[in-house]
Design a protein around this ligand. Sequence first.
Ligand code: SF4
Length: 287
Amino acid sequence: MIAIHDPPQPPLTAPGLTTRAQTLPDHISPSAAKCYLGCPLKFYFERVARIRKNTPVALHLGKAVHAALQAFHIARWRGTDDTPETIAAAFDQAFTALERDEGPVNFEDEEDRGKARLDGLRVVAAYLDSPEAMKEKPRAVEVLLKENVPGLSVPLTGAMDLVEGNFTPVDFKSAAAKPDKANAVFDHEIQLVSYQLLMEIATGQVPSSLDLVFLVKTKTPQVIRVSSPPAGEHRKRRVIALLETAVQGIAARRYHPQPGMQCSWCQYKNECMAWLPGQVLTERRAA
Ligand code: SF4
């Protein structure tokens, strides 16, 4: 049940968003900035009020596939068992553990759950069988960086799925349909350029490209790499300005609806309809 309160203001504290001097967030990540810029009120429901919803099937599947790829890349890095059977077992383990640890998934029934599991296994197998599967030892796997970036009033954080030997950061995306390459780079601009900024500050190296690898859940799964050249000054300044816009909005507690295409798949429509300016929505669990 959702209750409406007048101010005082809501707490800013949330995972990854602890407060500094009760104003600025402790840091900003590209995913938090993208979420805030997409819809500040949805950001509030998800990351500040932390209103729990059943996990969408696509998100659950994407996380389990991500865990399987992580197991593969770590095995490549350590030189341990990276056979398809071991990686499929890592997928199954994550598929079950995520349900247990993160709450119910929006499966229609057991048959729907079984289909999602098989889709995930097929996508993972397609990746391992593709030219994109890492053949050499990666430079790093699951890299978490936090750096001060000129022009940004809080540190920037980012978690890169994989860093290849030539310092190329690679992020893996599960998708239902084949991506349009130009749109994919535009959609993920904040993330890609943030990774470059972090990489340059942490290592002094300019990545040779900024890459996305899409795992497409079509009938015959496809694995598609989308590469973008490293950003020049204009792209960097633009992304830093977008990140800073999110930081300032969070600090000022500007949480308002931003109606658009994203509302079609938003899980917070009821809470959104209850919103009025100057009011704060919090979750009140039924007794
Ligand atoms: S329904 Fe649309 S405007 Fe409302 S919170 Fe969701 S995304 Fe934002």
